[in-house]
Design a protein around this ligand. Structure first.
Ligand SMILES: NC(=O)c1ccc[n+]([C@@H]2O[C@H](COP(=O)([O-])OP(=O)(O)OC[C@H]3O[C@@H](n4cnc5c(N)ncnc54)[C@H](OP(=O)(O)O)[C@@H]3O)[C@@H](O)[C@H]2O)c1
Length: 202
């Protein structure tokens, strides 16, 4: 049994990840902290450090948070770009940058991206761009991780559980059940793979 910090636990993707973490002691966190063990804001270095220090020892971090602004490119403001970059890209990079100081030897990080960087749709340029950045970050930083620490990213298509929200803007996409996406998180946490983008598509 590992101690796993799950960030964004109450979100749709957090609930999907949770289905793959049944063997472990899961410590949950989110921005509001509602229904979770801890509060954390992944856009704040201080808040991330405070979370790791409060939890103490842990073997894995699973992050399912990455806020994105949705807008057509020509209408997208710099502020909207920066909000997305500071959450989905830098927020996740900071979780790893700071987390590698605290995580156990041979621990693992699992991040979240999303299928829109390989299957683009209107309004999703910021999500697609930062998802692509995170996929690249994971593939490349894996070579630099100290103490046998692993890192992977789950890149899923839309969840069945989120189809009511995104279905209308994703014609021609086939949603997948959260349980299937949970398997990818399980493979990352319980396997020996590193530097991998775990695509889950129908
Ligand atoms: N849903 C899908 O079908 C799908 C598919 C592929 C990829 N993704 C990606 O998965 C990620 C999560 O999507 P979702 O559908 O799970 O969203 P969601 O249901 O809206 O949940 C978002 C979660 O993130 C937390 N959160 C937001 N900002 C935070 C911050 N700054 N610090 C800490 N926690 C924060 C929220 O916490 P509080 O509730 O406490 O505010 C909530 O738990 C996104 O990057 C999305 O692009 C989603």
């Amino acid at each position: 049994m590992k101690t796993v910090i799950l960030i964004g636990a109450n979100g749709k993707m957090g609930q999907a990840a949770l289905t793959g973490l049944g063997k472990h002691r899961v410590i949950t966190a989110s921005r509001s902290g509602k229904g979770c063990d801890y509060k954390v804001d992944i856009t704040s270095e201080e808040s991330i450090r405070a979370l790791y220090q409060a939890v103490g020892g842990f073997d894995a971090v699973v992050n399912t948070v990455g806020f994105c602004e949705y807008e057509m490119f020509v209408d997208m403001t710099e502020q909207q770009w920066m909000t997305t970059v500071m959450s989905k890209m830098m927020g996740q990079i900071n979780l790893v940058r700071i987390g590698q100081e605290y995580i156990a030897d041979a621990g693992s990080f699992t991040l979240i991206s999303g299928i829109l960087n390989t299957k683009p749709i209107p309004f999703a340029i910021a999500d697609a761009t930062t998802s692509g950045a995170i996929d690249t970050f994971v593939k490349c930083v894996a070579y630099e991780m100290p103490r046998g620490i692993r890192i992977n990213v789950v890149n899923p298509t839309v969840l069945v559980e989120a189809w009511d929200v995104y279905g209308e803007i994703m014609p021609g996409f086939q949603p997948v059940p959260g349980k299937l996406v949970g398997k990818a998180f399980e493979r990352s946490v319980d396997g020996f793979i590193t530097g991998e983008v775990l695509f889950v598509d129908a």
